[in-house]
Ligand binder design. Sequence first.
Ligand code: BTN
Length: 237
Amino acid sequence: MMKDAWEWLDFEEVGSTNDEVLKYMEKGKKVVLTAVCQSKGRGRRGRHWVSQNGNLFMSMAMPLELKDSGAMVFLLSLALCESIKKLKATAKVELKWPNDVLLDNKKVSGILLERSGEFIVMGVGVNIVDFPKSSDVLYPLTSLSQAGIETQRVQLLEIYLKEFDELFALWQKHGQSAIISKWLKCAKGIGSNIRVNMPSSSICGVFTGLDEEGVLLLQTSEGMKKVSAGDVFFEEE
Ligand code: BTN
C-alpha cells in the first residue's frame, strides 16, 4: 500500500458510519469507512439523516487538532463540489456556508464533523440516487441523479478521496486561507441578501464573505456583523 494511502473499509449495514469508524482508528492511519445501508444516520444539531440505499455514506478519521476542524469543514464541502464538477463539468454546484453543497440550488449532501480523542471524524453523506421527499426538511433536497449525473457510491468515493487529498495537500502547504479563498469562489450568494437563523434569533444582511477563521461576514443596517454558527437562507427563498 502507498505510504499515505487511505485504508478503506466497506460494510453492508451500520448504525452510523461516524460511530463505526471509531473502532478502526489507529495512529498514523487514514481510515475511510463506507456502508451500503446506514440505519441511524446523524445530521447536524441532533437531526436525523435519512439514508436511502444507493446513496453514499462515508466517514473518515484522521488525527488532527481541534483548531483544524474549521478548515476541514470547508475542505470537505469543496472536495465534493470539485468531485461533482469532475462528473459533470456544467453542473450548477455551489457552496452554502458553513458546510452544504448545493446542486441546482438544492442540498445534495450533508457533512458532520465530530471529535474523538485526538481524531476528527468527518462524515459525508451524498444523495446519489434518491433524497427524502418529506416536506418538513429545513432546506430543499436533491440527488445527483435528479440533476442527470449518473455515478455509483464506489466511483464517487474514489473521485472524492482524490479531490480531498489534493485539497488537504494545499491546506498543509498554504493553510486555511488557501482553502477559504477557493471555497469563496464556489460560494452562493456573495454580495446578496441572506438570512441566518440561529437557535433563538435570526439576522439579515448582505453576505460579504468570510474572515480568515471562516466566520461569516454580514453587512447589516447596524454595521458589519460576524456570525460563527447558523443556518443560511438566500433572499429568493
Ligand atoms: C447534515 O445535517 O447536513 C449532516 C448530515 C451528515 C450525514 C453523514 S452520512 C455519513 C455520516 N454518518 C452519519 O451518521 N452522518 C454522516
